[in-house]
Every structure is written in C-alpha cells, then in structure tokens.
Design a protein around this ligand. Sequence first.
Ligand SMILES: O=C(O)CCC(=O)C(=O)O
Length: 195
Amino acid sequence: MTIELMPPITYRPNFISEAQGQLLLEETKGYPFVRPKIKVFGRWHLVPRQQVWFADPGCDYRYSSLMIKAQPWPPLLKQLRVLLQQQFTTQFNGVLVNCYQGGCDTMGWHSDNEREIVQGSQIASVSLGGSRDFLMRHKVAKQVHKLTLNHGDLLMMHAPMQQDWQHSVPKRARMNDLRINLTFRLLTPYFHHHD
Ligand SMILES: O=C(O)CCC(=O)C(=O)O
C-alpha cells in the first residue's frame, strides 16, 4: 500500500485581485532584473530566467555560489509584504522576484534551504501573469504533486516543506506568456557580514 504524502502548503487561488495584480505587473517593468551565471558541478551556466532580490538592509542572499545584494523595496511589494505578514502572522525581510519570459524559462528542482533562511520559517509565493505548473517532489518517497499557479494565486510553503520536499517550474514550450513569481522569505540579517 502506498501512503499519499501531502506537501505542507496552503493554496489560495485569486489571493490578489485582477486589478491589483495588473498594478504589480506594471511595477515589475521597472525592476532591475538580471540573468546571472551560476556554477553547477564546476561549470558556469546562465540562469534560465531573470531575477532580482529586494530586501531589508543586511539581508544579502547567497545561493549556488552567487551572492545577491539586497535592493531597496519597491512600493507595491512593500505593501504586499505587510498584507502577507498580517494574514499569516509572520515576518518577511526579503522577496526574490523571478521573471519567466516564456515557457522556456524554468526553475530546476531545489529546496529553499540556504543557511541564511530562518529555520522553520514560511515562504509565501505569489504568481502574476501567465499560468505555469509548479511541481513538488518528496525527497525520499519521490512522490510528485502538481499545482497550476495562475495570475493572483498565493502558495504558502510551511515548515518542513523545504526539509522534506523539492519544487520546480518545468519547461512548457507552448506557453508564451510572461510570468512573474514573488517569493517572500525571512533571512537572518547580516548572516554574510563577516564573509
Ligand atoms: O516560480 C515559482 O513559482 C517558483 C519560484 C521558486 O521556486 C523560488 O523562487 O525558489
């Protein structure tokens, strides 16, 4: 008998209204996106999407050998952070914004388990623009669950999601729409201060 394992998530479709989502999308047009290179198994690769990290002072973020400096919060993201903090009685001090230009931009399997992320904290993911599949795979049992994230949807990832599960946004060659994903996180401030 196979026991079905469920990822520790809360999914709220249409958490952001259509109009609010459009305003946020408009704001993202002015964000300083970059497509950095990261080292994987000793080789450098262009990240298959664009990204930018907004955060409080001292909340620089390092992943895959890349140190991302905190940029100051844009107005609408600051408001969204307050809303999420109130609704989920939690704190966030940074947001990673990923921009998928089309279905060939992707996010590979990973967990958000960098050392500077506060242990046991939640991660709030808000999607805007085109719809994309979001996969979750249990690290041991390898069971996979799929959610389609649409414009305005919220996905809360609770502990121990990052410990037990990986997630990814696979390629969907026939999707041409731009998609923005915002993941709000809680980091230990000044974690990299002495690096
Ligand atoms: O684009 C998404 O929905 C996922 C983003 C993600 O996995 C991440 O920022 O770690």
